[in-house]
Design a binder for this molecule. Structure first.
Ligand code: SF4
Length: 329
């Protein structure tokens, strides 16, 4: 029986099995991709989910995340406070016109003030009135119970808060908040029936074991949506000179995440174009979701190239059902 058949029959890989598969150089990367593809095909057929990011507040962040061009260590030019509501709603219109399923409103910072949450919730109510089919994902940082309740009431479907890396490697990436802070925010959102979106950034100096641990940590918190970012090094950041990734390693990571989280929305997120390069289409045979347009402070490829890739693969855009909220881990 193949690995995919085993998993489709309800079996799960053990952490040791997953690690062995991931590091065993006699297991060809395309063999892993093929196994992962069977799972992607089973759960998502030929569908691809599209997401679009709005960078609603940029820079000026007191945190010290080593990958981020918006941290306090950086003097990036894209520094602005929370943009007006009409610009947030205008971004939603652009998303709707571009066949986007989920509009992701992202704010830099440790976490939102109550005033900022009110600003976002007012915007979301307007968006939901005008584009009821458009799913809203908020990514506002560490958030508390009362803020989660307000986001839910306004119609926020999903909340993104990445684990980013393994628990073991976390303190190498950021020192101003803990791994547990991140887990707590995800659990808070789940408690309010907001669909949890949580993922990782690979290529920050983590080990193979860290990558396997991340995939299992996301399984444990039961993230509905898993963005897998590949580090796009930004000069001046802690990891600005890191060059750990190859297109084949990115494929291997995506395949591992699919084998461990077979039914979840796995998104090729930031760094897709620069790290996967000509293998982006192959990666979409494992993942079932991408961002269209620019990332937070790095550019994506022209939208049309993404639509062409989807068409060339014989895939079609999936507007999707409302993300299913998960209430326990
Ligand atoms: S990732 Fe978020 S919290 Fe960390 S430095 Fe960047 S903006 Fe701040």
């Amino acid at each position: 029986m193949t690995i995919a058949e085993r998993i489709l029959n309800g079996d799960t890989l053990t952490p040791q099995e997953a690690y062995t598969l991931f590091v065993d150089e006699t297991v060809d990367t395309m063999t892993l991709v093929h196994e992962a593809y069977q799972l992607r095909k089973h759960y998502y057929g030929h569908k691809v989910k599209l997401n679009m990011i709005l960078n609603a507040k940029s820079g000026i962040c007191p945190e010290d995340c080593g990958y981020c061009g918006q941290s306090r260590e950086m003097k990036n030019k894209q520094r602005y406070a929370l943009i007006p509501e009409n610009q947030i709603t205008e971004g939603a219109k652009v998303a709707a016109e571009n066949e986007i399923g989920t509009y992701c409103i992202v704010m830099s910072g440790r976490g939102p003030s109550d005033k900022e949450v009110e600003h976002i919730t007012n915007s979301v109510k307007h968006i939901k009135a005008e584009h009821p089919q458009l799913k809203i994902c908020a990514c506002l940082g560490l958030a508390n119970d009362a803020q989660a309740a307000k986001l839910k009431e306004a119609g926020v479907d999903r909340y993104n808060h990445n684990l980013n890396t393994s628990e073991h490697y976390h303190d190498e990436v950021v020192t101003t908040h803990t791994y547990q802070d991140r887990v707590d925010t995800i659990e808070t959102m789940k408690a309010h029936n907001i669909s949890p979106c949580s993922g990782v950034i690979c290529g920050m100096g983590e080990s193979n074991q860290d990558i396997v641990d991340m995939a299992f940590a996301l399984k444990k918190i039961d993230a509905d949506s898993i963005p897998v970012n590949f580090l796009h090094p930004i000069k001046g950041t802690k990891f600005g000179d890191m060059a750990q990734l190859t297109p084949m390693r990115c494929l291997r990571i995506l395949a591992l995440f699919r084998l461990i989280n077979p039914s979840k929305e796995i998104r090729i997120a930031g760094g897709r174009e620069v790290n996967l390069r000509s293998l982006q289409a192959t990666a979409l045979m494992v993942a079932n979701s991408i961002f269209v347009g620019d990332y937070l402070i790095t550019g994506g490829q022209p939208n049309q190239l993404d639509y062409d890739m989807i068409q060339d693969l014989g895939y079609e855009i999936d507007y999707g059902e409302a993300p299913t909220a998960v209430t326990n881990g």
